[in-house]
Design a protein around this ligand. Structure first.
Ligand code: PEP
Ligand code: MN
Length: 347
């Protein structure tokens, strides 16, 4: 349920409500809007008497949240959630672009890609060090060495790092290097991993499972949010259908649907959703036109020699075209691509 405080409620009154929520064995999640504070009281499904909260001083009204996901729902937080990704904010009017190779392969590969995508206008660098591959015989990533290369590249370029974590035990290690923990499609319902990522309080980019519904994606986000971690970015990356001409089918519908159902930022991955570099720019444009808050795109300096996902990786020149096209689409829908933050100048 949501306990909506009066606009003039005092800090003491809010604290009293939080105490009452906790005394009932519920978790209290505070959301301080521009107008008023809302306290989400989340339990484990057992019935709780709502009336006891509505009589507390400072409480305006108590309303149930009808959706099965609570903290992720727009009912809980009608305003868009925005949070910083280093120097830019995601979830607001500005579009954020994350780009880089599928996998970190070598020092020169990751640095060269980072410099190229930064030059083209990307805000953050992606690159997998731990790769969840369908085949155990495919390249599994460089592991911690890959994380070290990402840290070095961050140092050199100032770009925040988005990288995947594939098991709960690895969360502390990956969180030491990453600005954003990516949870991949194959792990969307790895509940131990969702709990660990939530508890880390790190920003999480949660990808939709390849056969998961929008509601299942939101329920997975709820696991992370239930730890008081507000910083969850949702990623549509295509779903599995009968169609074989593309690797997955981009569920473009999911973008406006998610924007209606949740306050969390929504990005699209046109690389995995199409599987072919030729289609990536078209689908990136479609995503921004449909209301996506950002993109995550695979770019490789030499896709033909990539150790993973070369077929869907853009060359840097093509990615630069994507950024320009997305800028034009963003303007057409009343938004803009976030400016690249200026590196901090020492005084
Ligand atoms: C990736 O981003 O490289 C990846 C493995 O994506 P997904 O989890 O969407 O398949
Ligand atoms: Mn990939």
């Amino acid at each position: 349920m949501m306990i909506i405080m009066r606009t003039n409620a005092t800090q003491e009154q809010i604290a009293q409500v939080v105490d009452a929520v906790q005394m009932n064995g519920l978790r209290a999640h505070l959301s301080r809007g521009t107008e008023r504070t809302v306290i989400g009281a989340i339990g484990d499904g057992r019935p709780v008497d709502r009336g006891q909260f509505s009589v507390l001083p400072g409480v305006d009204r108590v309303v149930p949240i009808s959706r099965p996901y609570k903290l992720a729902s727009r009912e809980f937080s009608p305003e868009n959630s925005t949070f910083p990704l280093d120097g830019v904010r995601i979830g607001g009017d500005e579009i954020v672009i994350i780009a880089g190779p599928c996998s970190v392969e070598s020092r020169s590969q990751i640095i060269e890609t980072a410099l190229a995508v930064r030059e083209a206008g990307a805000h953050a660098l992606r690159g997998g060090a731990f790769k969840p591959r369908t085949s155990p015989y495919s390249f599994q990533g460089l592991g911690e060495q890959g994380l070290e290369l990402l840290a070095e590249t961050r140092e050199l370029t100032g770009m925040p790092i988005v990288t995947e974590v594939i098991s709960p035990e690895l969360v502390p290690l990956v969180a030491r290097y990453a600005d954003v923990l990516q949870i991949g499609a194959r792990n969307m319902q790895n509940y131990a991993l969702l709990h660990a990522a939530g508890a880390s309080q790190h920003t999480v980019l949660l990808k939709r499972g390849m056969s998961a519904t929008v509601e299942e994606l939101l329920m997975s986000a709820e696991y992370i949010l239930s730890h008081g971690n507000r910083r969850v970015i949702l990623c549509e990356r295509g779903v599995r259908t009968f169609e074989t001409s593309t690797r997955n089918t981009t569920d473009i519908n999911a973008i406006p649907v998610l924007k209606a159902l949740t306050h969390l930022p929504v990005v699209l991955d046109p690389s995995h959703s199409t599987g072919h570099w030729e289609y990536v720019n078209s689908i990136a444009r479609a995503a921004v036109a449909a209301g996506a808050d950002g993109l995550i795109v695979e770019v490789h300096p030499d896709p033909a020699s990539a150790l993973s996902d070369g077929a869907q990786s853009l060359k840097p020149e093509r990615f630069a075209e994507l950024v320009e096209q997305v800028k034009a689409i963003a303007l057409a829908v009343g938004r803009s691509v976030a400016p690249i933050p200026q590196p901090h100048q020492p005084a």
